[in-house]
Design a protein around this ligand. Structure first.
Ligand code: ADP
Length: 339
C-alpha cells in the first residue's frame, strides 16, 4: 500500500518481501519506480502512470526487478483507495509472479516454430532423396540401352530386331520412371478421404500465430484481410496450412533480399462463389520476372543458394488435389502475388 501524495510505501506484506527481496527498511524514500529496470517496457510504465494520474484501476503485465537485480515477469494490479470525501489517499497494489507462465508461453511458441520448420525440411529432404534414388535406376538403364542401340546401328548390317528389343526396354524403363513419379505424387497428395469441412480464415490465423516470432525478428509485418462471410471448404487442414505457410516463408525470404523499409506480407481471403474461396498472398519484395511466372512452379527451380525448388511445386500439387489452382502474378506496384 502506497500513500497517494508522497508515493511512499506504508505497508508491504511478507509475500511481497519474499518475491522482491525488499523490506520496508530498504524502500528508497522517493521513487515508486524501484521495481523497474533496463528491460521494463516504458509504454507499460506510461500506462501505469496515466492510470495513477486519472485515479483509475491499472492492470498489466510488466517486467520487474528484484533487489538482487534479477528480472521477473509480474501481473500488476493497482487500485486507488478513497476516503469518505472521495479523495484518493492511497493506492493498493497486488503483484503476482507470472515468470513461469511467460516462460512456458515462449517455449511453446519456439517449439511450434521449430516443429513447423523441421517438418518442412524433413518432408522435402525425404522427397528429394526418394526421387533421386528411384529415378536413378531407370535413367541408368535407359542410358546403357540407348548406347547399346547406337552400337548396333553402327554395325555394317544393323540388326533391326535387336534394336527393336532395346527400344522396347527403353520404353519399359521410361514407364517405370513415370510410375515412380506418380507414386511420389500420391505420397504428397495423401488421402482425399481425410478431407474435412474447414474455415479458411482460421487456417490463415493459425499460420499467423505460427510465423509471428520469426517475422517480428525479421521486422516484417503480417497483415490478414479476412472476408467475414466465407463458406466452409472441404480439405485437409495440414496440407492447406503447409501451402499458406510456404507462401509466407517465400515472401519473407524474398523481402529479406531487399534492405531498408519494413516489408509487409498480406494474406487476403475472398469468396468467389458459394463453391470457391480465394486466398491471395502478396508481399512487398522484389517480385517475379514475368518470364519466370510459370517456371517457378517447376520442380527443383530455385534462385536461392540453399533452395530446393520443391516448395511451389508441392504447393501446386496440394492445391490441385483440392480441386483448386495456384498461380503467380506480378503485383501492381512491387512484390509478388500468389493466388
Ligand atoms: P525455394 O524456396 O526452395 O527456392 P520454391 O519452389 O518455393 O523453392 O520457389 C522457387 C523460386 O520462386 C524461388 O527460388 C524464388 O526465385 C521464386 N519465388 C517464390 N516466392 C517468391 C516471392 N514471394 N517473391 C519473389 N520470388 C519468389
Amino acid at each position: 500500500i502506497v500513500e497517494a501524495e508522497s508515493e511512499q510505501f506504508v505497508y508491504m506484506n511478507p509475500a511481497f518481501t519474499e518475491m522482491t527481496g525488499y523490506t520496508m527498511a530498504d524502500i528508497p524514500t522517493q521513487k515508486l519506480s524501484f521495481l523497474q529496470g533496463p528491460d521494463t517496457n516504458p509504454d507499460t510504465v506510461a500506462q501505469l502512470r496515466a492510470a495513477l494520474a486519472e485515479q483509475v484501476d491499472f492492470q498489466g503485465e510488466i517486467l520487474n526487478y528484484r533487489r538482487d537485480g534479477t528480472p521477473f515477469w509480474s501481473l500488476m494490479r493497482i487500485s486507488p483507495i478513497k476516503d469518505s470525501a472521495g479523495v484518493v489517499t492511497h493506492y493498493a497494489g497486488i503483484l503476482s509472479d507470472i515468470s513461469w507462465q511467460k516462460r512456458s508461453q515462449e517455449e511453446r511458441q519456439a517449439h511450434h516454430n521449430q516443429l513447423a520448420h523441421v517438418t518442412r525440411v524433413a518432408s522435402m529432404g525425404e522427397l528429394t532423396a526418394a526421387l533421386a534414388h528411384e529415378l536413378n535406376q531407370p535413367l541408368t538403364a535407359i542410358m546403357s540401352n540407348a548406347q547399346a542401340a547406337l552400337r548396333f546401328l553402327d554395325r555394317e548390317t544393323p540388326d533391326v530386331g535387336e534394336v527393336r528389343e532395346i527400344l522396347q526396354d527403353i520404353v519399359a524403363d521410361d514407364r517405370r520412371a513415370g510410375e515412380t513419379m506418380r507414386r511420389i505424387r500420391r505420397l504428397v497428395k495423401r488421402d482425399v478421404s481425410q478431407f474435412r469441412r474447414l474455415d479458411v480464415n482460421r487456417l490463415v490465423k493459425e499460420v499467423q500465430v505460427l510465423t509471428r516470432q520469426d517475422l517480428v525478428m525479421k521486422k516484417l509485418v503480417f497483415q490478414a484481410r479476412l472476408a467475414p462471410d466465407l463458406p466452409a471448404v472441404q480439405g485437409d487442414a495440414v496440407q492447406l496450412q503447409q501451402v499458406i505457410l510456404n507462401l509466407v516463408m517465400n515472401a519473407s525470404q524474398a523481402m529479406q533480399s531487399i534492405d531498408g523499409g519494413e516489408g509487409c506480407i498480406t494474406i487476403t481471403t475472398r469468396c468467389l462463389n458459394e463453391r470457391t474461396v480465394e486466398i491471395t498472398a502478396s508481399d512487398s519484395g522484389p517480385g517475379i520476372d514475368d518470364r519466370m511466372l510459370e517456371k517457378i512452379f517447376e520442380t527443383f527451380f530455385t534462385t536461392k543458394a540453399n533452395g530446393l525448388g520443391m516448395g511451389l511445386a508441392i504447393n501446386r500439387t496440394l492445391v490441385e488435389t483440392h480441386g483448386g489452382r495456384l498461380w503467380a502474378e506480378i503485383g501492381p506496384g512491387q512484390g509478388a502475388i500468389f493466388h
